[in-house]
Design a protein around this ligand. Structure first.
Ligand SMILES: CC(C)(COP(=O)(O)OP(=O)(O)OC[C@H]1O[C@@H](n2cnc3c(N)ncnc32)[C@H](O)[C@@H]1OP(=O)(O)O)[C@@H](O)C(=O)NCCC(=O)NCCS
Length: 156
């Protein structure tokens, strides 16, 4: 049986770029360097949230930005051993709340066409598919994968 957890959620910034890079690497096959993450966090409207569980162990993260009334999820990941406990949903809810507080009225994200689990999370949170970007992701041996563009409104 799955055990749902209520994580602690921490807004973090550039000083936490190394932690975010480590969490990203353990959540995805693809590696984003600390420098890449620092550059993203320096961009306009960018923010990041880390979820911790138990004795403050980092379990997942979300990076997003909210600019000129629109928000975008830059990356979302939960460490394999903490998945299916509700942490991804908490992180997404928090990103939507922060973006709404910063004036965003809509949130967008991109997800690989084959990433059915993440899509299930996004559909369940009210996102719908509004576009497709063919050959969007880097080729890791199986061809370049299509990205789906998803959107949901953020109500006031
Ligand atoms: C996608 C991801 C962030 C989900 O995080 P999570 O903490 O496991 O998600 P949650 O426990 O909050 O689950 C939320 C919903 O996602 C869907 N979901 C997540 N994992 C699932 C699984 N293994 N099987 C079926 N549905 C799943 C379900 O709809 C679930 O809702 P439910 O528990 O009420 O059925 C996590 O699997 C992950 O980090 N994956 C690798 C990185 C990635 O793909 N990031 C997204 C890139 S766009």
């Amino acid at each position: 049986m799955r055990t749902m957890v209520i994580p602690r959620l921490h807004t973090v910034g550039e000083p936490h770029a190394e932690l975010l890079a480590a969490l990203h690497q353990r959540s995805f096959e693809e590696r984003w360097t600390t420098g890449t993450i620092r550059d993203l966090l320096r961009g306009p409207g960018a923010f990041a949230v880390v979820a911790t569980v138990l004795t403050d162990q980092p379990a997942g993260f979300v990076m997003a930005r909210a600019v000129a009334g629109e928000a975008e999820i830059l990356s979302l990941g939960v460490l394999p051993k903490h998945r299916r406990c509700g942490i991804g949903r908490w992180l997404m809810s928090t990103a939507i709340t922060v973006a709404g507080d910063r004036g965003a009225r809509a949130m967008f994200l991109e997800v690989a066409e084959g990433n059915i689990l993440a899509q299930a999370l996004y559909f369940s949170m009210g996102f719908t598919i509004v576009g497709r970007r063919a050959n969007y992701y880097p080729d890791r041996g199986a061809g370049r994968e299509t990205a789906l563009v998803m959107k949901r409104d953020i109500s006031i």
